[in-house]
Design a protein. Structure first.
Length: 259
């Protein structure tokens, strides 16, 4: 497992868990949860960060950027133009040229607007951004996003913050089989078992925020997610046994007395 690295746009990570920064009760709780998660990348909403703050009040003051790579996101954007401007703002403010691209199409479900997402991906990729678009669990859309220049694709497991877990295992399996870029399951994970399922299906990583920040004990949940992601990945690499309709004896009967 020490050599099993996640590589996105030439940058390598030992951890396959990406964590968020929203919904924590305090900055201290967030820091301790990040530490327990073992993550090496954290996502921050550009539009919710005071990029001009110099008094320690900015969220960025509570993230060790020597330890964690930042993944700015365009949360709250409902058009391609809005998402593009937000990504540019983050880069101009000195964050990074990486962006978790979100273009929301519906306020209630928070499902992506994939047509606008594709348009924004093309523009930002052409401008040198490392684009990781949040999208539906649609193999065709994921394939188009990769062709548009996405460095990875981030299909949802279930609606944002729902905690429903992976709802369409078959789609994620197909996405993984077809994808020529890393696949990061984003949204819907509610428990460690959900994270393990995503990884067992072949996901290259998982992004988790609400399930950790909203837990009764975020630090314990962060550690549980770390172990689940690692376990699920190892299980995927090990290769599970095929499913069978009927029982198969775990002890061979050939050669036993009476046979």
């Amino acid at each position: 497992m020490d050599d099993d690295l996640l590589t996105i746009a030439g940058k390598t990570f030992r951890s396959r868990l990406i964590v968020g920064t929203g919904k924590y009760a305090s900055h201290d709780a967030m820091r301790r949860a990040h530490d327990a998660s073992g993550a090496e990348m954290v996502t921050v909403a550009v539009r919710r960060v005071d990029l001009d703050a110099r008094d320690g009040s900015s969220l960025l003051d509570h993230i060790d950027t020597d330890r964690y790579a930042l993944l700015p996101n365009t949360a709250g954007c409902y058009t391609a133009d809005e998402a593009i401007r937000t990504a540019r703002l983050g880069r101009e403010a000195g964050l990074t040229n990486w962006v978790k691209l979100e273009v929301i199409g519906d306020e209630r479900t928070l499902f992506p607007d994939n047509e606008a997402l594709l348009a924004a991906t093309r523009v930002l990729a052409d401008e040198g951004f490392v684009v990781l678009p949040y999208t539906n669990d649609d193999p065709i859309v994921c394939r188009k996003l990769a062709a548009a220049g996405a460095a990875a694709v981030m299909p949802l497991g279930a609606p944002i913050g729902s905690g429903l877990g992976v709802q369409n295992r078959n789609s994620l399996t197909i996405i993984r089989e077809q994808a020529e870029v890393p696949v990061i399951v984003d949204a819907g994970v509610g428990s460690p078992s959900d994270a393990a399922v995503a990884m067992e299906l072949g996901a290259d990583g998982v992004l988790i925020n609400t399930a950790i920040a909203g837990a009764d004990d975020p630090v314990a949940m962060a550690e549980a997610m770390r172990l689940a992601v690692r376990s699920g990945r190892l299980g995927y690499l090990a290769g599970r046994i095929p499913r069978r309709r009927y029982a198969a004896a775990s002890s061979p009967v050939d050669g036993l007395v009476g046979h």
